[in-house]
Design a binder for this molecule. Structure first.
Ligand code: NAP
Length: 487
């Protein structure tokens, strides 16, 4: 049986690529090819740029309220189609439907709704300078490129397009070649909601397509989500015409559990922050520092709950709470890290192997894995694994744990569990991380800015400041008095 073919989506419709190159997308839970995708060739990419120029000309002239109305219509359509879209995300990513159903589309829609609400309230300023005065205008940048990772495909497309479009820009979006369907669905919804053609185009392909966009002179900003190494390449390419950049990159985040913490709550956070979305979340707290006095209690509960409460299997089964990793290659990489952990002297408390659940025997599953007896210099403690692999470390005092938590080039997220509110804030204020939680982990509402310190990123997504980052300030000085001239 021949597979359906997904084309690029430009100027409100699917467009055929002349090169004839295509690639297959696999369902990670079944190892089956589910559809083919046409790769964008250079002519098609240039067509996306010309279309975006037209889209931008029309969209940027509309009033913020008019833009907002269209975006809100798209939000309503996203919510109306939640179940259908959630199933698409499950097929592309391998994540459990019980997550996609209530997180992926909802949190994407929330962000578009948030920026649709903010855009009409965005103001310039005015200030007197003697008799003269100046005012500022916030103008859109032009055409922006969005480049997404594969873990939250539709949500990432919403998080990038929401602020970009609300501020009056056009966007050309390149999803990960492993998960291209979600962005296409969003593009179709935007058109259905009444958005002018060309405001949001989607192009397919791997690094070559991303690179083409990041070096193109007509693109003013790149918003990128992916690995640190790729982010560095993207920033370098973006420097060819000094594009603005937002970089949402990887992490190796610490969770610190003090001796006065509610241990059950801390275990819940550690499990959520390592096993949710089968561990493929950038903010995951993969270094769990536990105070020596609660170490045994923490491990006992962690082991019991991991072994009794995690259900791996067909991710479309609503009972399943651990899905398949994105690809066989990635599964191998995660398993290699597990072997490295064992070789470097860490001990496996639970897990430590691949899984082949009865309902999805060919999927790329890895058992939820907890390493103990870890030291800070081990590869599993230093490097982002992006799978369900937690390293637990013991600590004795506050200063020591802060130093150890900060001893990394990454700085995406951090968490503290303690009932002592002063200590919790004091510690968080010293942690070098952009997204922090106290007695919580992972929540990311649209209103809260998120992004990394150090090599985990540049700029922020969500929150008020993100809307500003999709605009440029124009200052207009108005002379009201005679010009004083020596000439
Ligand atoms: P990746 O390999 O860096 O790829 C990210 C995107 O960049 C993909 O669309 C990829 O295309 C594209 N790309 C690859 N090389 C490129 C180049 N030279 N120029 C332009 N684009 C290029 O990352 P991933 O494996 O998809 O995602 C996992 C990573 O994302 C993890 O490190 C995770 O921590 C990070 N992440 C961060 C956040 C955050 O908000 N901080 C959120 C989610 C994920 P192809 O995939 O099609 O090759």
């Amino acid at each position: 049986m021949s597979l359906p073919v997904l084309q690029n989506f430009i100027h409100g419709k699917f467009v055929a690529s002349q090169s004839g190159n295509s690639f297959a997308v696999k369902n990670p839970a079944s190892d089956e090819d589910i559809y083919l995708v046409e790769e964008a060739d250079d002519a098609l990419l240039q067509q996306a740029i010309e279309s975006a120029k037209q889209g931008f000309a029309q969209w940027s002239k509309m009033t913020p309220i008019e833009r907002s109305r269209i975006l809100l219509k798209a939000v309503a359509l996203l919510r109306e189609r939640n179940d259908e879209l959630a199933r698409i995300e499950v097929q592309d990513t391998g994540k459990p439907i019980q997550e996609a159903d209530c997180v992926d589309i909802e949190t994407g829609a929330d962000v578009i709704e948030y920026f649709a609400g903010l855009a009409p309230a965005q103001l310039g300023s005015q200030q007197a300078v003697g008799e003269d005065f100046f005012y500022t205008r916030r103008e859109p940048l032009g055409i922006c490129a969005g480049i997404g990772a594969w873990n939250y495909p539709l949500q990432i497309a919403c998080w990038k397009s929401g602020p970009a479009l609300a501020a009056g820009n056009a966007m050309i979006f390149k999803p990960s070649e492993e998960t291209p369907m979600g962005a296409i669905k969003l593009a179709q919804i935007f058109i259905e909601a009444g958005m002018p053609k060309g405001v949001f185009n989607v192009v397919h392909g791997a690094a070559r397509v991303g690179q083409w966009l990041t070096t193109h002179n007509d693109i003013e900003k790149v918003s990128f989500t992916g690995e640190v190494g790729t982010g560095k390449k993207v920033m370098q390419s973006a420097s060819t015409n000094l594009k603005e950049v937002t970089m949402e990159l990887g992490g190796k985040s610490p969770l610190i559990v003090f001796d006065d913490a509610d241990v059950s709550q801390a275990v819940s956070a550690a499990m959520l922050g390592n096993f949710y979305t089968q561990g493929e979340i950038c903010t995951n707290c993969t270094r769990v520092y536990v105070h020596r006095d609660v170490y045994v209690a923490f491990l006992d509960e962690l082991k019991t709950r991991t072994e009794n409460n995690v259900i791996a299997g067909d991710p479309l089964d609503p009972k399943v709470n651990l899905g398949a990793l994105i690809s066989k290659k990635h599964q191998q990489l995660v398993l290699e890290y597990i072997e490295k952990g064992k070789l470097e002297g860490a001990n496996v408390l639970t897990g430590g192997h691949a899984l082949s659940p009865e309902s999805a025997p060919n999927g790329y599953f890895v058992a939820p894995t907890v390493f103990i007896d870890c030291t800070d210099d081990m590869s599993i403690v230093k490097e982002e694994i992006f799978g369900p692999v937690m390293s637990v470390l013991v600590f004795d005092n506050e200063d020591e744990v802060i130093k150890r938590a900060n001893n990394t080039e990454l700085g995406l997220a951090a968490g503290v569990f303690s009932r002592d509110i002063q200590r919790a804030h004091r510690v968080i204020h010293q942690l070098q991380a952009g997204i922090c939680w106290i007695n919580a982990y992972g929540n990311s509402p649209a209103e809260m800015p998120v992004g990394g310190y150090k090599q985990s990123g540049v700029g922020r997504e969500n929150g008020v400041e993100t809307l500003n980052s999709y605009t440029q300030t124009k200052s207009v000085y108005v002379g009201m008095s005679q010009i004083e001239s020596p000439f």
